[in-house]
Design a protein around this ligand. Structure first.
Ligand code: NDP
Length: 277
């Protein structure tokens, strides 16, 4: 019997998750199906319950349902709890188990695919929304010396307080608006704002990039103003495609207990993207 999985979102047509999971299944010989499901904006819970009734084993969750997914779960991993959002659901024993694999996806992409160590590196995380919350714990666990800058400084400070209370990092997270960091340079600068979608540039400058800095934009599929700024400053530039494939690989591992080889899948999705553009 083929085990059924899906990704739920709205919109969902653009999702690369079905291609990625099908490639993982082919590569590992796992007998699964994986499809994209459009849930009505007010119909996430109904959609999940219907999948469970149809015998689905799990689902990924994307915009805008990650917070609703969090509230729907019977059990959560620590990383999902701290992220306050869930992107991976597992249905078993009449329960819904929730996890968040976004952060581990980012850290795997940086350390394994880009081969850049995070331990003891100064890291500026731009943004304090859902994506930012999801990556803080894995970054701290990887040894990052973390600062968080956000347009609305109160949100950055709230994020920092949440994690500082738990004393997880090597040092406390510094947080505020972009201005307080304007004379500070960082080894790794991560764009977790949604500015890539609107072609805005957060209040960041090339002074924020240390020599040989890695700049990482969680956005993929297009050149963002942040990437252009970083390229002009001759920093290393990475987009979020590797993170996308790595978070999927972690979900696949949670469900199937088999770890797929992500490199050929990243290359495959990138070449599909290049064909389109
Ligand atoms: P949210 O809406 O939760 O947060 C948006 C963040 O962007 C906030 O911190 C907001 O600041 C900031 N922001 C928005 N507009 C501006 C602006 N003009 N200038 C400066 N800051 C701005 O979004 P998410 O956290 O869910 O997603 C952020 C990005 O991460 C998206 O582009 C998403 O596609 C990407 N992503 C990629 C993944 C991957 O696998 N590659 C996985 C998850 C997300 P403020 O608080 O001031 O409003």
């Amino acid at each position: 019997m083929t085990d059924k999985y899906a990704v739920i979102g709205n919109p969902i047509a653009h999702s690369k998750s079905p291609i990625i999971h099908k490639a993982f299944a082919e590569q590992t010989g796992e007998d699964i199906s994986y499809e994209a499901i459009l849930a009505p904006l007010d119909g996430f819970e109904v959609t999940v319950k219907s999948l469970i009734a149809q015998g689905y084993k799990g689902a990924n969750v994307t915009v805008p349902f990650k917070f609703e997914a969090f509230n729907l779960c019977d059990e959560l991993t620590q990383r999902a709890q701290l992220a306050g959002a869930v992107n991976t659901l597992t249905f078993k024993q009449n329960k819904i188990f929730g996890d968040n694999t976004d952060g581990v996806g980012l850290v795997s992409d940086i350390t394994q695919n880009l081969n850049i160590a995070i331990n003891q590196k100064t890291v500026l995380l731009m943004g304090a929304g859902g994506a930012a919350y999801g990556v803080v714990l894995p970054l701290l666990e990887a040894g990052a010396l973390l600062s968080v800058a956000n347009r609305t400084p109160e949100k950055a400070m709230q994020l920092a307080n949440t994690f500082n209370q738990l004393q997880l990092g090597k040092q406390k997270i510094n947080a505020g608006n972009f201005v307080i960091f304007k004379n500070q340079s960082f080894d790794i600068v991560i764009n977790a704002t949604s500015t890539g979608l609107t072609d805005d540039l957060p209040d960041i400058s090339e002074n924020n990039f240390a020599k040989n800095a890695l700049t990482y934009d969680m956005m993929y599929g297009r050149e963002t103003p942040f990437m252009s700024l970083a390229r002009a400053a001759v920093a290393q530039v990475a987009d979020g495609l590797g993170m996308l494939v790595e978070q999927a690989a972690e979900a696949f591992y949670i469900w199937r207990k088999v770890r797929p080889d992500t490199q050929p899948v990243i290359q495959m999705v990138r070449s599909l993207q290049m064909e389109k553009s």
